[in-house]
Ligand binder design. Sequence first.
Ligand code: DGL
Length: 282
Amino acid sequence: MTGKAPIGIFDSGYGGLTVFQKIREALPHCDFIYLGDNARAPYGPRSFDIVYDFTRQAVFKLFEMGCPLVILACNTASAKALRTIQQQDLPRSDDPTRRVLGVIRPTVEVLDRLSRSKHVGILGTSGTIASCSYTLEIAKLFPHIRVTEEACPLWVPLVENREADSPGADYFIRKNIDAIFERDPDIDTLVLGCTHYPLLLEKIRKHVPAGVTIFSQGERVAEALADYLQRHPEMNARISEGGSVRFLTTESPDRFSANASFFLGEPAEAGGIRWASEGLNV
Ligand code: DGL
């Protein structure tokens, strides 16, 4: 492998920008390419095979663009595609030293420290919850933690449609919060296992019992990535350090640029990337 290249950040659309915001704060010297598959978002309701297929295409496109390391800044893609890409596709690729990391493992790693009751709740898209990825990962690391998962399929549309602050949002948020605490009233740590949910934090807080920790994963994912680069100097040496960001979307770049600041907290000028039958064409 010659030359240095940006870190690739992938999400189904805009939500990954909430994670990327924290990654950029933690690693301001690194170069990044952010790819949002807005044309095919949301991934949450999609089947395992489809999410895997779309995610694999995007990851290999980022590899093709030179990225030696790709972060799946999306819970649904991490839940449904990460393992297969890591265990099957990467070892068979032309450069098996490239890496793909997700958001679930770093989130799970801190849960034993965060929870006193050892009862943890996970909120996510239908796809993430159906995969049981959080439950399985927690069982591996902390088998003494009891996990309750709740799919909140209407929360992403609430954010995407700018209804996060509306009274209607309270109804759906409360419904899922009540449901998860009815199933386990001893939950003391509630994980926002979806990139959009930090944008609903104020409303979620209103309906969650006092004393419960609500955990947004962005900072933790960023911290885990910085730590990974420190522990892997061979990968760190492959990352270019100009502090630049290139945003790419499979939908309209103008629309991405107009909407991105809502998720990122600052403007983002996007370029286009086009899907073709053989994969992605820049
Ligand atoms: N980024 C997705 C996640 O974190 C939410 C949006 C989607 O469903 O595509 O699960």
